[in-house]
Design a protein around this ligand. Structure first.
Ligand SMILES: O=C(CO)COP(=O)(O)O
Length: 155
């Protein structure tokens, strides 16, 4: 899609929802279809399947299921500068067998200063913000610069 100065270029948006939140994310995607339709959507495996069932016209790239490496695939996209924002509907009431992967994904979003919404309220704020589409991968200096003390530590 071409873009004018009024239309920010396409972002790649990561979508993830724990099982107890997948339907809610499907509803959120449907409610924000107009905005999301301008961007590339990439989701962990089962989330992608449920979102497509609820929104059949949407083009969503599915990765592996979270516990099989999907969270880490999203993390790799962040580390490589290919993911512009992350929307992750976390279920705070269910223990996750792959909790370490969940933490790693959220941590990488923090390290690389990627906008990350971990519940619907924050996702609503994010998608209605004038900074949506402006703050994205590469908007801030690279992590190696921001964490220069760590990057340049003596070992
Ligand atoms: O487990 C997840 C996130 O931690 C999501 O993975 P699925 O979308 O495959 O259920």
């Amino acid at each position: 899609m071409s873009h004018s100065p009024e239309t920010p270029p396409r972002m790649t948006i990561g979508l993830v929802a724990h099982d107890g939140q997948k339907r809610a994310m499907g509803q959120w995607v449907a409610a924000n279809a107009t905005v999301l339709g301008h961007h590339a959507l990439v989701a962990t495996g089962t989330t992608a399947r449920v979102l497509k069932e609820q929104n059949p016209t949407f083009d969503i790239t599915g990765l592996k299921s979270g516990p099989f490496g999907g969270d880490q695939q999203l993390g790799a996209l962040i580390a490589e500068g290919h993911l512009d924002c992350l929307i992750f509907f976390v279920d705070p009431m269910e223990p996750q067998p792959h909790d370490v992967d969940v933490k790693a994904l959220i941590r990488l979003a923090q390290v690389h200063e990627i906008p990350a919404a971990c519940n619907r309220a924050t996702a609503d704020l994010m998608i209605t913000s004038p900074l949506f589409g402006v703050l994205r991968a590469g908007s801030f200096p690279p992590a190696e610069e921001r964490f220069a003390v760590y990057a340049n530590r003596k070992v």
